[in-house]
Design a protein around this ligand. Structure first.
Ligand code: C2E
Ligand code: MG
Ligand code: MG
Ligand code: MG
Length: 279
């Protein structure tokens, strides 16, 4: 009986693996199709100046409006896009769409000359020689000034330190774009290395500010993180602000900007436009 069971479990296992492969293959072609047929959508989350409460910009976050499976979040398809190289086309689509949206908003109400758009890029994009060309092209095509674009890269990407990464970062900075380290505090970068990067803004990860407002030690800790960022000559943004206490505390500690459900969730462009109009 044990032998039979063993055999049957092998039989089940093999087709399951094949099935998973086939599903992945299907998803890859679906994702390519999704980019071509505009099934991807951008949602926008407000970035707020903590002192005034003014919306100073937006972060573009991609979703996939899948014909059968509904709205998919980035975790469900970005990793696959990265593994397969589809992320290059996807990222190009996101960049163009975000800059077109910014172009539409920038002359409207509630948007001043400092309003910026944040776009996430992944390692594969940073290591692609096309990135700088894509950025230059999209800026020229939409007429958005480079200073309004902030490119977000994660700590682990930036500290890889390869020549090509350096080349891309320096090239982007030369275009006049601002660079931001996302999810700061979740990687293992050395502080001196971080300081040497051509980065303007550091986004403090949600996990670092979660305990704020409940505990004095947490306040000391966040104060020290902010001091460190400022000592590097960089600006700080806090992400994942969910309570009024966290927002107030971060403001008191000198954090310039914040983002999180407390101010607004990522939302479709029409809703973001309402937020800008103050309605
Ligand atoms: P991220 O860039 O760190 O974006 C922040 C994530 O935290 C977003 O999740 C956002 O919805 C969520 N968030 C914002 N405020 C709060 C809050 O107060 N509490 C909590 N619990 N969560 C909050 P989302 O949209 O699911 O995106 C996840 C990640 O996917 C992003 O993390 C980013 O790394 C990646 N991603 C999103 N769009 C793109 C894109 O266009 N290109 C690339 N390469 N990656 C993207
Ligand atoms: Mg981000
Ligand atoms: Mg983040
Ligand atoms: Mg993240």
């Amino acid at each position: 009986a044990a032998k039979a069971e063993h055999r049957s479990s092998v039989k089940v296992f093999e087709p399951a693996l094949l099935y998973a492969r086939r599903l992945q293959g299907l998803m890859i072609s679906e994702l390519r199709e999704a980019i071509r047929t505009d099934q991807l959508v951008l949602h926008f989350q407000p970035v707020v100046e903590l002192k005034s409460g003014r919306v100073e910009g937006a972060e573009a976050l991609v979703r996939w409006n899948h014909p059968d499976r509904g709205l998919l979040m980035p975790d469900a398809f970005i990793p696959l896009a990265e593994e397969t190289g589809i992320i290059i086309d996807l990222g190009y689509w996101v960049l163009r769409q975000a800059m077109r949206q910014l172009r539409l908003w920038q002359d409207g109400p509630g948007v001043d000359e400092n309003f910026s758009m944040r776009v996430n890029i992944s390692t594969t994009e940073l290591q692609s020689l096309e990135l700088i060309e894509h950025v230059r092209e999209v800026l020229a095509e939409t007429g958005v000034e480079a200073s309004r674009l902030v490119i977000e890269l994660t700590e682990s990407m930036a500290v890889n330190g390869s020549d090509i990464d350096r080349y891309s970062l320096t090239g982007l900075r030369r275009l006049g774009i601002r660079l931001e380290i996302d999810d700061f505090g979740t990687g293992y970068s050395s502080i001196s290395y971080l300081r040497s990067l051509p980065v303007n803004v550091v986004k403090i990860d949600r996990s670092l500010i979660q305990g704020l407002g409940t505990d004095d030690k947490e306040r000391e800790f966040v104060a020290a993180v902010l001091q460190l960022i400022h000592a590097c000559g960089m600006q700080a943004v806090a992400e994942g602000i969910e309570t009024a206490e966290q927002a107030a505390e971060l403001g008191r500690l000198g954090c310039a900007s914040g983002q999180g459900y407390h101010f607004g969730r990522p939302m479709p462009p029409e809703q973001f436009a309402e937020l800008l109009r103050g309605t």
